[in-house]
Design a binder for this molecule. Structure first.
Ligand code: GTP
Ligand code: SPV
Ligand code: MN
Length: 588
């Protein structure tokens, strides 16, 4: 337990508000977790899967109206609307506390209040931060245990400090109209009601590690980003680290765990996964940018994950994993999802919990946003330094999105501010990771549109300021797009493991080992510098996806101007300058 007064006081407040039958502190012991797993299986909340094929694995289905993040129900509650900025939903904190406490009041009656002390980042790291989440869901407890570092050791590390993030989750009735995911940055507080789905309820993830942390980062001079981190070892045994921001369901987990193409493996290339979703970065004593992954597991998209596309992710899910909203295979008590293999179960249950024959049904078995929650240590290519409290020095920052047209396979910014500009004009097709229409191109600066906990103008400014501090030691900034399609709507670039071919070019650029073409939007590879040996893609097609189409970019500028208008006068002048310069270069 703890004698931290701020913790005890808050827990008493929560108890008085929620009125649980009992309170259980999650100490992180296996005995306690085993009891909870048993309880969840007895109540039907989870299904224990085939112990031989999937040891320690479970299946959970959320309510069918509760399968993705809900951006329209997500709020930043700051004293003024301006602090939340034009891209966030804002509510007055006082008013919102009243509404939320009204909804949550007595909602734990007949239930248990689980208290989860957790650390984002390795305990003892300068980068790490602590949170406490109370929840009435065992599913949340068991996911948090995989995704973060949980238990008594966290309370011990916290000591008497008052610096920790308060998180209240109450399932209530999973009523969509009363669903709220609310952030109170000034109070270090998150409140989530009426949901049981991942990103809405695993409060350490998007709510803390991005929305609250981005706010803290701006105040304290560091960055919280929606980025994967990976290390690439070259033939000389040198490891360089890359951080990459892609919107939800646009390939972070896949890139973070990529398997090098055969000839790269033979040359001695190795890839190490450090993180697949979130990076916290700060300037180190050596003046470089250092990153940690605050998480301890992967909450990955299941559909499309298979032995060919992402063997490391698949391997990570073979034990101690919780599957959410995938299809259930009654034949052998395992799970299945679209794109796993071509043997869907005949005796199946779909993500909605209905009987489902995968061999004949036209309906999907797994929800497009179905997920696996797997421990990081399961990943065959996890970095041997995963638990390093020091972090990893970043050589390159990559932005990217899902764009059928316009954006080339890869290009490099002219400099840091131009890179910040490229991040700020990022646009991507929407995916099933959030409720709403799929496939609509929308602006999503730095892949942070749904996750920035304060005014995005100030966020851009913060990026520019960090660049000033980094100076010469700043990572180089790039943009990639794996998703260009041909006339038939087929992806042109093979993607997945072959993305290493592009990363290789990026690292060569960082080392200034290779030339590039200067285009209006930035440095683009000379086609012969992207190695396409043993690929079916032709040189001609590669040339096509490297081309900068001036007409499409003129249109992009028009849309960017519209997007920028949202920010009015507050937009950093550096970005307006970059936009004007780009326009001039295109008009030349
Ligand atoms: P979140 O967990 O929502 O943040 O998603 P993510 O960014 O980690 O995306 P993930 O790696 O799970 O990929 C999402 C989808 O994109 C999957 O269906 C993948 O199969 C697909 N995908 C990933 N990388 C590539 C690629 O290089 N090419 C193509 N064509 N598809 C890809
Ligand atoms: C994302 O949507 O970017 C995710 C999944 O990583 S969630 O935890 O739901 O946010
Ligand atoms: Mn994500």
């Amino acid at each position: 337990m703890t004698d931290n007064r701020s913790v005890l006081k808050w827990l008493q407040e929560m108890k008085d508000l929620l009125n649980p039958d009992e309170v259980i502190l999650i100490d992180g012991s296996q005995g306690q977790l085993e009891k909870l797993r048993e309880k969840a299986c007895n109540s039907g909340e989870m299904i224990k899967l085939n112990e031989e094929k999937l040891p320690g694995c479970y299946l959970h289905r959320t309510a069918i109206n509760d399968v993705a993040r809900v951006e329209d129900r997500t709020f930043i509650c700051t004293p003024t609307k301006d602090e939340a900025g034009p891209t966030n939903n804002w509510r007055d904190p006082e008013e919102m506390y009243k509404i939320l406490y009204g909804i949550a009041k007595n909602s734990y009656v007949g239930r248990t209040m689980y208290v989860i002390p957790y650390s984002m980042g390795p305990i003892g790291s300068l980068h790490s931060k602590i949170g406490i989440e109370v929840t009435d869901s065992i599913y949340v407890v068991l996911n948090m245990v995989i995704m973060t570092r949980v238990g008594q050791k966290v309370l011990d590390a916290l000591g008497q400090s008052e610096e920790w993030v308060r998180g209240l989750h109450a399932r209530c009735n999973i009523d969509e109209s009363q669903r709220y995911i609310c952030h109170f940055p000034q109070d270090n507080t998150i409140i989530s009601v009426n949901s049981g789905y991942g990103g809405n309820v695993l409060l350490g993830k998007k709510c803390f590690a991005l929305r609250i942390a981005s706010y803290l980062g701006q105040k304290e001079g560091w960055m919280a980003e929606h980025m994967l981190i990976l290390g690439i070892e070259n033939k000389d045994g040198d490891v360089k680290y890359i951080a990459a921001a892609f919107p939800s369901a646009c390939g972070k987990t896949n890139l973070a765990m990529l398997i090098p193409p055969k000839e790269y493996k033979e040359k001695g290339y190795k890839v190490y996964c450090v993180g697949d979703d979130i990076a916290w970065m700060r300037i180190g004593e050596d003046g470089r940018l250092w990153a940690i992954n605050p998480e301890n597991g992967f909450f990955g998209v299941a559909p499309g994950t298979n032995a060919k596309s992402n063997p490391n992710a698949l391997e990570s899910t073979k034990s101690e994993t919780i599957f959410t909203n995938v299809a259930y295979n009654l034949d052998d008590n395992t799970v299945w999802w679209e794109g796993l293999n071509s043997n869907p179960p005949k005796q199946g249950v779909n993500w909605k919990g209905e009987a489902w024959d995968g061999t004949s049904s036209k309906e999907k078995g797994a929800h497009p946003n179905s997920r696996f929650t797997a421990p990081a240590k399961n990943c065959p290519c996890i970095s041997p330094d995963f638990d390093s409290t020091k972090g990893f020095p970043i050589s390159a920052i990559i932005f990217g999105g899902r764009r059928a047209k316009t954006t080339p396979l890869v290009y490099q910014s002219f400099n840091w501010n131009n890179g910040v500009f490229i991040g700020s004009i990022m646009a991507s097709e929407t995916t099933a990771a959030s409720s709403g229409k799929v496939g609509v191109v929308r602006h999503d600066p730095m892949a942070m549109l749904p996750f920035c906990g304060y005014n995005m103008s100030d966020y851009f400014k913060h990026w520019i300021d960090i660049g000033k501090k980094l100076g010469e030691k700043a990572p180089k900034i790039f943009n990639v797009n794996w998703f260009r399609v041909d006339e038939n709507g087929e992806f042109i670039w093979p993607g997945f493991g072959d993305n290493l071919r592009v990363l290789d070019w990026i690292l060569k650029r960082c080392d200034e080992k290779i030339d590039a073409s200067v285009t209006p939007i930035g440095y683009v590879p000379n086609p012969e510098d992207i190695n396409i040996d043993n690929l079916s893609i032709t040189k001609e097609s590669l040339g096509k996806i490297l081309k900068v189409d001036k007409d499409l970019w003129q249109d992009e500028i028009k849309k960017t101007k519209e997007f920028y208008e949202k920010f009015g006068e507050s937009l950093p002048k550096e970005l307006i300058q970059e936009l004007n310069d780009l326009e001039d270069r295109l008009n030349k």
